[in-house]
Design a binder for this molecule. Structure first.
Ligand SMILES: C[S@@+](CC[C@H](N)C(=O)[O-])C[C@H]1O[C@@H](n2cnc3c(N)ncnc32)[C@H](O)[C@@H]1O
Length: 399
């Protein structure tokens, strides 16, 4: 197959700002992914069907039309930052945003003795944490208090939650502006770097020993404001100074629906590889974006420790009994959308590469299928010894 034009070398993707820490992000192996895409790319649009942190939008957006899609709404915001945001003269600088947020923080702050001194005892620390967790039962007399209520004393302290709520409230003023996503993405960055969790929001850590206390304290005293400013200034310098001419799209659809609306081209599919649901790991980001005061999941009469949203997406790619059907639907959808595909998967996934190959051949008997592999150190995102394990990343090229 002759390529219409080759996607340029990868200088460009090295320059896009990183926005969040994301399990399964392909930013570290982007050269490998782009190599694969180049082999089937036909000059039409590229659809990033499971866009997650939006890394492909960052790498490709200046070179070809990208349709970014993911079932999670925060992913759309991240893709918008890479591919749709642009500077307008009325865009506030970081100081202007912070002044507005600081006003809200001062107005809303409840007197709380958050004394996180270095020499604090385990007992005193846990007493403060428990007091903050009880804010979930507090009646707040203003609207923008979702994080202060639900997450104080969990991944963040009350003070950090106060700032998250305030910055989120300020963002809302700019909802219809082309830089709205920049504000939200900078806030997601701040949330990630101030969080005492292990890079996601599945579980926060409990201070059980002096050493865990010491580590958690490092995060408790971090400033959401500082991280926000740093990222906001970086993204402001990165986004174009005039409207984007390329018709990029970002959607929050199930992959099957997205394939129905994608006009055809190259589909890059990077579905979940294992049984853990992204909606559990990143529920706090979804809640930040939707700010919808979700009902929290209850187990045996109590709110679950992770304070997850009750209705979270359960991906068929993460469920053993559904994963085969999920891939059949993926290949069927590709047929309907008249596209080529590059599919990322690994040798330790929910289904073997052999099975995947067989399903693909059965649904698409007339397509050529090739396999590319690389040895990639896979992040587990824990703070454990086995933080990285050897995983072979594979690309199925289907054209
Ligand atoms: C491996 S991650 C993608 C990572 C992404 N390529 C990156 O570099 O950040 C898989 C993504 O699939 C999304 N997902 C899971 N089930 C989905 C579905 N039914 N439809 C659309 N997206 C889904 C998850 O929300 C998650 O972001």
């Amino acid at each position: 197959m002759t390529l219409a034009h080759k996607i340029e070398d990868y200088l460009i993707h090295n320059q896009y700002p990183s926005l969040i820490k994301y399990m399964g992000s392909k930013s570290k192996i982007m050269d490998f992914i782009l190599d694969g895409i180049n082999q089937v790319y036909d000059g039409r649009a590229v659809c990033d069907l499971f866009s997650g942190s939006g890394s492909l939008a960052g790498a490709l957006g200046q070179q070809c039309v990208v349709h970014s899609n993911d079932i999670q709404n925060y992913s759309r915001v991240l893709a918008d930052t890479y591919n749709k945001a642009y500077f307008e003269n009325d865009m506030p600088n970081a100081d202007e945003i912070i002044i507005q947020a600081e006003g809200l923080v001062l107005q809303h702050r409840i007197e709380f003795n958050l004394n996180y001194d270095k020499g604090i005892s385990l007992k005193s620390f846990n007493r403060i944490e428990n007091k903050q967790k009880k804010l979930i039962d507090h009646k707040f007399n203003y609207k923008w208090h979702l994080f202060s209520k639900n997450y104080s004393g969990t991944w963040w302290s009350y003070e950090q939650c106060l700032w998250i709520d305030a910055l989120r409230q300020v963002a809302e003023k700019y909802k219809n502006k082309p830089y709205y996503s920049v504000i939200l993405s900078s806030l997601m960055f701040g949330m990630a770097y101030a969080s005492q969790g292990t890079g996601h929001y599945a579980q926060y850590r409990d201070a059980k020993t002096q050493s865990s206390l010491k580590d958690i304290l490092l995060y408790r005293t971090r400033s959401i404001k500082g991280y926000f400013i740093r990222k906001y200034e970086e993204i402001t310098n990165y986004i174009p100074k005039s409207p984007i001419l390329m018709p990029h799209r970002s959607t929050s659809l199930d992959y099957r629906e997205c394939l129905e609306v994608f006009e055809g081209g190259t589909v890059y599919a990077d579905p979940p590889y294992c049984f853990v649901h992204y909606s559990r790991f990143y529920h706090a980001l979804e809640t930040l974006v939707l700010y919808d005061f979700p009902t929290l999941q209850i187990q045996r009469g109590n709110i679950v420790k992770g304070r997850y949203r009750e209705s979270r997406h359960q991906s068929p790619f993460c469920i053993k009994s559904q994963v085969q059907r999920a891939f059949i639907d993926l290949f069927e959808g590709m047929k309907t959308s008249n596209s080529n595909m590059v599919l990322s998967y690994c040798n330790t996934g929910m289904i073997t590469i052999d099975e995947l190959y067989k399903i693909c051949k059965a649904v698409l008997p007339n397509k050529t299928i090739e396999l590319l592999t690389t040895d990639h150190q896979h992040m587990t995102l824990g703070r454990r010894e086995d933080r990285q394990r050897d995983v072979k990343e594979c690309l199925l090229l289907i054209f």
